[in-house]
Design a protein around this ligand. Sequence first.
Ligand code: HEM
Length: 78
Amino acid sequence: MTFWGGGRACIGFKFSQLEMKVVLAELLAAFSFEEAGKPIAWNIGEAIYPTIGQCSTRPEFPMKVTALKPASFTETTG
Ligand code: HEM
C-alpha cells in the first residue's frame, strides 16, 4: 500500500497503519487463515496486488477462513 512521500505525503500514514493493526489483531484472534492452494502471482501497480495466476487482472487472494473457538469457551471447558 502506498502513502507516497515528500512534502505532500499522507499525514494519516501511521494512524491508518495503527487502524489496520487493530483490525488484524481482532481478526487473527477470532479466525485462522490458510492459503486456498491457488497459484498466487504478485503484480506491480500503484500498489502491489495479488491475482490468481499471471493472466487475471482482478485483485484476489482466496483463503480458507475458519472461526476459532472463543477463549472463554476453551477456558471453561479445558
Ligand atoms: C489506507 C489508508 C490511506 C492511504 C492508502 C492513503 C494514501 C494517501 C496518498 C497516496 C496521499 C497523497 C500523497 C502525495 O500526494 O504524495 C494521501 C494524502 C493525504 N492523506 Fe492519506 N491515506 C490513507 C489514510 C489517511 C487518513 C486516515 C488520513 C487522516 C486521518 C489521511 C489524510 C491525508 C491528507 C490530509 C493528505 C494530504 C496531504 C497533503 O497534501 O499535504 N490519509 N494519502
